[in-house]
Write a protein that binds this ligand. Structure first.
Ligand SMILES: NC(=O)C1=CN([C@@H]2O[C@H](COP(=O)(O)OP(=O)(O)OC[C@H]3O[C@@H](n4cnc5c(N)ncnc54)[C@H](O)[C@@H]3O)[C@@H](O)[C@H]2O)[C@@H](O)CC1
Length: 471
């Protein structure tokens, strides 16, 4: 740090916030010029960041005003800079505000917002932008009132649309209630790297990574060289699961889908390119299996899952497959000669692990991954992926709209296809969660989402996001 001029980190942080604010205003209004931005400024360096960001915005023609929560402890240089640039302080929020920048508390904040801050935030949110809509809220580093380390929200807290966070992703903005308050989280590198402790506790996959990993068809490929995925799902009771997991597998990167199970006629009628058989034993060679969605838990289902697990190829186990595994005990999974991926929701997790994920979902996921030797994808508001070697990822593309029946079947199908196309299990799982979340968002743009909509949205999503590149 000695090599950096004093305040350099704050300047970089503030510049990143200002840049993001300007982009959001441009998106909303076509230009940031003349728009009204309100800074909520707390007593520490978080407030300092907000003030310097306000300075930069004011210099670009934005009308910036600031409410100071603790005038006597306000970052003095920041305030002077804002004032020099034409920004002003006000006692109460004006009625017309296009954007609120939350610089009340950052990583120094503890115990939720106090009363004065809570009422200030409430007033600010009653303002309206010049388009009549509520102001966009951009949080500096983290939304004020959330616990930076755990994501707990012990009292009132700011609800941000966007959080611009610096140097490292604090778990508080990624998991639990804190994640819900953080909106879209953007990590900015301000050069803190050398001073950060250890490895990040949580990694956030981004589109660049996922698009780079996504297998593309190469010249000379045929359907077999691109990988063949086997889908062993559905039952007489749940024939829809067969269709949904197949629908998830088809847009994936594998060159062929084989279906094995009780839904084979329905699959044949709906998807002519799929090779259907009644059971795993008859299915022929595959490079990966997805098994479990709607499979049931009877003897037949157990036999199918055993056959799949005995194959020396990667396997994604979902839904009823997880219930069966829980009955058998998960420790034997370590003996599998190829990778396993488990995709539980909370109740399935509790059956598998013998305990609820609890408040620390990341640690719980990693513990199950270490115990089973499998990559574990714990579904939730924020899907968490843990690897047996102790890396944890959180997927940020999901949407609550995906909390509807059958979307997990689609995810499992897509994941199987990525495994069959040769992606290592951790990347396949991350990539599937990422693309599935995006597809959920895309589907939600045209109305309430069903799992069929998510499956249908996969192809346009993969093209739009660059996972599919025209060969
Ligand atoms: N760590 C770094 O090197 C950098 C930090 N930066 C900014 O600095 C922030 C941290 O700044 P500070 O350490 O000054 O802390 P904060 O600005 O988060 O909090 C300031 C003070 O508020 C008080 N406080 C805590 N909880 C409160 C509550 N519930 N209600 C009212 N007051 C409360 C405490 O006295 C605390 O020290 C980061 O979040 C980030 O925004 C950036 O400027 C970039 C560089």
């Amino acid at each position: 740090m000695a090599t950096l001029p004093p305040g350099a980190l704050m300047q970089r942080a503030a510049a990143a916030v200002a840049r993001r604010c300007a982009e959001v205003l441009d998106d909303r209004y076509g230009s940031e010029y003349g728009r009204a931005v309100l800074l909520l400024v707390g007593p520490g360096n978080n407030g300092g960041d907000a003030l310097f960001a306000g300075e930069a915005l004011a210099r670009s023609g934005v009308s910036v005003c600031a409410v100071l929560l603790n005038p006597e402890r306000t970052h003095a240089e920041g305030l002077a800079a804002l004032t020099r640039a034409g920004g002003r302080t006000v006692d109460t929020p004006p009625s017309m505000v296009d954007m609120v920048v939350d610089g009340i508390l950052g990583i120094g904040g503890r115990g939720g917002l106090r009363e004065d801050a809570t009422s200030l935030v409430t007033q600010a949110m009653q303002a309206r932008g010049s388009d009549g809509e509520r102001p966009t809220v951009v949080a500096v580093d983290l939304p004020s009132g959330i616990d930076p380390d755990t994501g707990a929200v012990p009292g009132a807290a700011v609800r941000a649309d966007i959080t611009v966070t610096f140097g490292a992703l604090k778990p508080g903005v990624l998991v639990g209630e804190g994640a819900v308050h953080s909106g879209l989280v953007e990590l900015i590198d301000i050069g803190l790297g050398p001073w950060l402790r250890d490895e990040p506790a949580l990694w956030v996959p981004d589109l660049e990574d996922v698009a780079a990993w996504w297998p593309q068809p190469r010249p000379g490929d045929d359907k077999y060289t691109r990988g063949v995925v086997g889908v062993a799902t559905g039952s007489a009771t749940y024939p829809g699961a067969a269709l949904l997991s197949t629908a998830g597998a088809l847009p994936g990167p594998a060159g062929m889908v084989r279906y094995a199970g009780a839904g084979f006629e329905a699959v044949r009628n709906r998807y002519p390119s799929v090779i259907p058989t009644a059971c795993v034993a008859d299915a022929g060679r595959v490079q990966a299996w997805t098994c479990g969605s709607g499979l049931g838990t009877d003897e037949r289902a157990a036999g199918e899952l055993r056959a799949v697990l005995a194959a020396e190829v990667p396997v994604c186990v979902d839904a009823d497959g997880l219930t069966l595994l829980a009955e058998w005990g998960v420790d034997a999974l370590r003996e599998r000669p190829a990778a396993t991926v488990l995709t539980p929701h909370d109740r399935e997790f509790a059956r598998l692990a013998g305990e609820e994920p609890g408040a620390d979902r990341v640690t719980a996921t990693l513990r199950l991954a270490a115990r089973t030797g499998a990559v574990v994808l714990l579904k939730g508001d924020r899907t968490i992926i843990g690897t047996p070697d102790g890396r944890a990822y959180v997927n940020l593309t999901g949407t609550p709209a995906l909390a509807t029946a059958g979307t997990g079947d689609v995810l499992a199908g897509l994941l199987g296809s990525l495994l069959a196309a040769g992606l290592p299990a951790d990347r396949a799982t991350i990539a599937a969660a990422y693309a599935h979340g995006l597809a959920g968002r895309y589907a939600a743009e045209s109305g309430p989402v069903t799992s069929v909509d998510v499956a249908d949205a996969l192809r346009p999503t993969l093209a739009r996001a660059g996972m599919w590149r025209m060969p």
